[in-house]
Design a protein around this ligand. Sequence first.
Ligand code: UD2
Length: 309
Amino acid sequence: MSDTLSHSLAGRTILITGGAGFIGSHLASALVGDNDVRVLDDLSTGGAGEIPDDAAFIEGDVRDRETVREAMTGTDIVFHEAANPSVERSIEDPIESNSRNIQGTVTVLEAAREAGSRVVTASSTAIYGAPETLPVSEDATPAPSSPYGLEKLTADRYTRLYNELYDLPTVALRYFNVYGPGQSGGDYSGVIGIFLEQARAGEPITVQGDGQQTRDFIHVDDVVRANIAAATTDAVGEAFNVATGESVTINELAEAIRELTGSDSPIEHVEGRPGDIRHSRADVSRAERMLGFDAEIDLEEGLQTLVNQ
Ligand code: UD2
């Protein structure tokens, strides 16, 4: 992680909800050196071991008003990463997912309103569903195809509403497919973590369907940078795609991981995932123009550093 990351935000009191999770813990590590960082997490998907030593850890539920209120006291910024992150789980248990992702977000926004704290909310490409045109811009008509997507759309809109209604500085970041160290291991892992584990173990790399589906993968260090930009931007009340603007097919990804790891794992086509989005690629021009954010790590470099670890 580059030094410039932690230097652009200093001397602030920061709350990271979901700070034990994949993205939240990277954010906490980047900020802890120069800021007073608190992590609120119920450890439902994250692990306490991921939280940097210098961050204060509050174990609690993001839907609990008193807990969130207390955690928010005296903060300048809250990065709201706590969520049920799994599309599949949202389909299995929509009520629980709805409560975590919507009730949790409103609870955070409301506490931030009381504390006068800026909010940067983790939104998602899932709000677009299967986009009609590519690259997909922030102005595309949302068409979520899962409870998760609908919940993130609601969280994204609530975030903007708090700016419009209460003049709270808020930004929603629509993450595309995020990858990086620390993603694999849990019961929820993106395709890159899965393929890497399979390649290293010499097991078949399982491409679902014909593998011609595409994704816009963004490295977690770039996601951290986007969050830091959102924490200081004047462009509040906005939502931004956080992506590279480039996409690859899952077949190309499988091949690249096989080569980079020097693995002789066969690539095996298994049954496609029902409801899988066919193509995804972001229009990143608004984030470049208004947020001053441009992804710095291309997929080849990102995969290379992951493999070298
Ligand atoms: C991503 C997000 C999800 C949500 C969704 C919205 C991740 C990890 N998940 O889901 O939170 O925002 O986008 O559309 O970023 N695949 C294989 N083999 C495997 C596993 C996956 O071929 O063993 C394929 C899968 O069928 C899909 C692609 O890889 O076409 C990406 O899968 P994923 O689970 O990493 O992410 P995605 O895009 O379903």
